[in-house]
Design a protein around this ligand. Sequence first.
Ligand code: SAH
Ligand code: SF4
Length: 365
Amino acid sequence: MPLHSTATVTSHDRDSLRAALVAMGEKAFRADQILRHVYRRCAVSYDEMTDIGVALREKLKVELPVMSTAAPEENKSNDGTAKLLVPCADGQPVECVMIPEPPGKTPPERRTVCVSTQAGCPVGCVFCASGLAGLARNLSGAEITEQAIWVGRLVRKRYNDMDHPISNVVFMGMGEPFYNLDRVIAALERLNAEWGMGIGLNRMTVSTVGVEGGVMKLAEHPLAPNLAISLHAPNDEIRARVVPFAKALSVAEVIQEGVKYQQRTRRDVTCEYVMLGGINSGSDHARELARRLSGKSLKVNLIPYNEVEGLVYKAPSAKEVTEFSQILETAGIPAPVRRSRGDRIAAACGQLRLRKLEGAGPAKV
Ligand code: SAH
Ligand code: SF4
């Protein structure tokens, strides 16, 4: 069944698209033809599907639009990262980011897309622009999937029509994926299926702040990908300051959910830790975190805070970051530092949308 009130190609899976075409008096094989164009070539209109006759294309344009979102604005950074602001049909701006890696290599070995799952976010972590204006609404499965198509299109334009434009997907944009899990699973299906983008589940990561019962629900699903859990604190007192959300899980619960997910799925599970100067970035915090994660086989990603306009927090010093990482590594816990890329285009999520909502327009690049 389509997942959105206005059915688009992206709101269907293969079976329901075949059924929709048959109901329109067309042959089922058209579905496979259209899906190949959309997910392999990142086509966004029937005019790009020249192996379909003009009369049928005109009919499909009216009865079954390809996309629910419109062409996005592109904000380029000098490190190769690009941030797209995708307009939804109701005007909600949705952010997604293309991250080529390693930086500077052409074509890049990995072309990662970071997608949003909600317009805004109800959680309100203190360092995050996405939570500042609260939640506007959940995104549909089509709207989540389409972000990867727009980014794939950009990759193909930049790198000579490459065949698999998207290599990795991270659900780390705006929103809390577990508050919109059914739609996230619909997007995972379209991105993973061989009739879709064909991206392996071991190349996709869903990031969550930890929602009661949510993590295990995904673990039980056949489409369970890698998991990132946003911990941000070594103890409950600091976690309550950084994630002041009534329904937030405790540090022990978050860690336990991560361990259970890994045992059940055998996928990678990583703890995300945004380092805020003077709050959670000291060496005592690192030692406390090391004790809590000892023997758990979870990795930590350290993310120095990226400044958000209007927020008072500050980035940790370079020395603090190195020491924090070393303390964890010495305790046998891998703890790479993930530098925010694209900070000139406000790539920490939610910043661009916020500017749009405040009427300031896209960041200068
Ligand atoms: N809501 C989910 C997924 C999206 S947010 C979650 O919180 O896990 C994902 C990540 O965005 C956060 O964990 C954090 O790593 C990053 N992030 C958001 N704002 C940031 C900022 N100002 N500086 C650095 N990282 C930030
Ligand atoms: Fe929401 Fe994630 Fe931002 Fe927290 S970090 S406000 S959970 S998007």
